[in-house]
Design a protein around this ligand. Sequence first.
Ligand code: GDP
Ligand code: MN
Length: 391
Amino acid sequence: MKVHEYQGKEVLERYGVRTQRGILATTPEEAQAAFEQLVAEGQQAAVIKAQIHAGGRGKGGGVKFATSAAQAKEIAENMLGMMLKTHQTAPEGQLVRKITVCEALDLARELYVGIALDRQLGLPVLMACAEGGVEIETIAEERPEALLRLPIQLADGLTIKQAGEAADFLGLDGDIKSQAIEFLQALATAYLELDCEIAEINPLVITEDNQVVALDAKINFDSNALYRHPDIAEMQDIHEEDAREVEAATFGLNYITLDGSIGCMVNGAGLAMATMDTIQLHGGSPANFLDVGGSASEEAITEAFRIILSDDNVKGILVNIFGGIMQCDVIARGVIAAAKNVDLTIPLVVRLEGTNVEQGRELLKGSGLDLISADSLDHGAKLICESVKNR
Ligand code: GDP
Ligand code: MN
């Protein structure tokens, strides 16, 4: 699960990680008041930042300096409600609903630090780079020697020795080095305790007055561990999530939007993957991954069908069910109910196998629905790809 920059900073502050102070605003008036608040705290200028779940905001016009309350208000007027485009958003951009008015810091240096899971090692790895504010993926690819990588043992956390090594790599010494060591250890503790997937500070800055501060924070949490962190789970901003995925989750469906044209309804994650592969093999491309699970109700199946059809990119649907615990007649009833509710105008191929398959097939046959029955996954995938291609 992703959270906004301001929430990431809030969480890190709890662990003693020093972050750039910011005040959340959702209206131009709030932005103006926030600027005045910062002035009362001794600031002279502010940086106004769009809060969306995507990086690269600066380049897209989502990070702007303000030197007066009036200017802060004006920037907020333009930024709130804008479709912010960055290399991480959809082409049409992402709607800005919230901004933060942050203290403007004088920067002496911008660095990069981040912790991410290394699946090969099976451990989190601390990454550090002396060049901050740039795209770290590019550096990792083009000049891997510019990126330090230190595996973090789960039992030890990030040791003082490792944190010191990272600080040396970043060219820090004296008091700044001590601050950096503390910063990195606190970051690693937060990462481990909160079941993070990514905790990235880009940039980590050294200010003109020699403070080590997180200017940005990108924290992703492991969704499967959120039950351990109810306060973090509450931070989810559904406006930033794919609407169909959110809806599907409320019905216990495992749904992920993809960019192809064939809607898939399958039970079991493995079978869903195999179905997507087989569609690709026949020259098609899946519009979604959907695992309806082992024991979906008729209602959930109806919902799944409706969610697939709500995607305008879907030009055909393949239902592929291997009935085990999931019974084919339940699936058939769900498909029929859903197809009757909506005006089904695209090809539908159904392949049923397993428990109660005869009843399922009978139900479909008797439903009067215009669907194509397939007798194997390969056959079904081929049929739906051909139907979609010929339209
Ligand atoms: P991103 O573009 O989404 O990664 O947003 P960031 O929060 O990282 O901000 C982008 C860039 O704006 C940073 O890399 C900095 O160069 C600059 N920036 C942000 N806040 C400040 C600030 O307080 N002072 C200065 N001098 N630059 C800032
Ligand atoms: Mn950044």
